[in-house]
Each structure stands twice: as structure tokens, then as C-alpha cells.
Design a protein around this ligand. Structure first.
Ligand SMILES: [Zn+2]
Length: 185
């Protein structure tokens, strides 16, 4: 099974990124690879990657659909609202208030303790912080990456800091546009 790169500084969002990148097109083979079915059938491998366990309602079909839906919403934000709201209804997440350092803080809870719910909590937290829009699918290899640039203008994973090693996504497009600019000049 190919190793999945962890997104160290993304906090919990790194786990969601890792989940959606269980489908990938590795740079060395350029062949579509899906490690999720293997992970779902191997709880030790799953638990080594994710801090939330698979629950009774986390069927293979549901988890694959959640992964594919999340990938679709990251690649095409226009379908985010309908897709995520449908999953939120299914996961039946809750809300709780906690007092931290004397201040009330809102928490999204996962009362069914499902892996689906845990992943959706991460998505909700990211949306709440305004970080969700920084999660993108590479225009070349479709690897899901975090765009930490100031103006959120990145389109290729290879140009992102901490992107998977050896990828040069966007390079061909950049060379092409450079040549076109030269031709025009
Ligand atoms: Zn890429």
C-alpha cells in the first residue's frame, strides 16, 4: 500500500486531507490508486493513520461515497452546500457549549462516534475558521493540498510548500505560458 503523506501543520484538517487523498494518482506510476478499501478492511492500518475509529455505521460504501463527495466539493466548490448539508443530516452532528478560560466556546459534537461524523466535524471546524477554501485539488494530479498563499491563488500541488516530493505539477503549464509571453513580446 503506498504511503500517504501527512500534512503536519494542518492540525485536524490534515486528517481530512489524508482521507480524501486515499484516492490519488502517484507521481511515479501515474496510475489511479485507491487505498481506502484496504484501509477500511484493516483496522490496525486505519487506526495508525486516523485518530478516530470506524464505527458500525461506517460501511465501506458510505466511507467511499463520503471520500468521493468531499473530493468533488473541494474540486468544485459550487456543489459544496448541497453535498455537505446532506452528509450533515445523515451524521446527526450536535452542538455543545464549553467554557474555556471563562469564555463560552461552541463545539461541534459527534454523538454517534462515527468516523463519518469525525471527518465532518473537521470540515465544520475548517469552515468555521475560514480555512476550508484553502483546501484545493491540484489541477494536474488532483492531489488535495492546502493553499497557504496570501491570495489563495495556487492551482497546483507541486507549487505548494510541503507538497508531495517529486511532483512538478503546474510546471508544464508555467513553461507554456512563459513561452507564449515570449512569443507575444
Ligand atoms: Zn499535483
Amino acid at each position: 500500500m503506498p504511503t500517504l503523506e501527512t500534512a503536519g501543520d494542518l492540525g485536524h484538517l490534515g486528517h481530512l486531507q489524508q482521507f480524501v487523498n486515499t484516492w490519488s494518482i502517484p507521481n511515479d506510476t501515474r496510475v489511479v490508486t485507491d487505498v481506502l478499501p484496504g484501509l477500511l478492511g484493516d483496522s490496525a492500518a486505519w487506526n495508525a493513520l486516523f485518530p478516530f475509529a470506524l464505527g458500525a455505521q461506517d460501511s465501506h460504501a458510505a466511507m467511499l461515497r463520503l471520500r468521493d463527495d468531499l473530493r468533488a466539493t473541494i474540486a468544485d466548490p459550487s456543489c459544496l452546500q448541497g453535498t455537505l448539508n446532506a452528509w450533515l443530516q445523515k451524521a446527526a452532528l450536535g452542538m455543545a457549549v464549553k467554557v474555556q478560560d471563562g469564555l463560552p466556546v461552541l463545539h461541534t459534537t459527534n454523538p454517534r462516534h462515527s468516523a463519518q461524523g469525525a471527518i465532518l466535524v473537521i470540515a465544520m471546524e475548517a469552515i468555521g475558521r475560514g480555512d476550508w477554501v484553502r483546501l484545493k485539488c491540484c489541477a494536474d494530479c488532483q492531489w488535495c493540498f492546502f493553499d497557504s498563499s496570501k491570495n489563495r491563488s495556487k492551482r497546483w500541488c507541486g507549487m505548494s510548500k510541503g507538497g508531495p516530493e517529486g511532483r512538478a505539477c503546474g510546471t508544464i503549464a508555467k513553461v507554456r505560458s512563459f513561452r507564449e509571453r515570449q512569443k507575444g513580446a
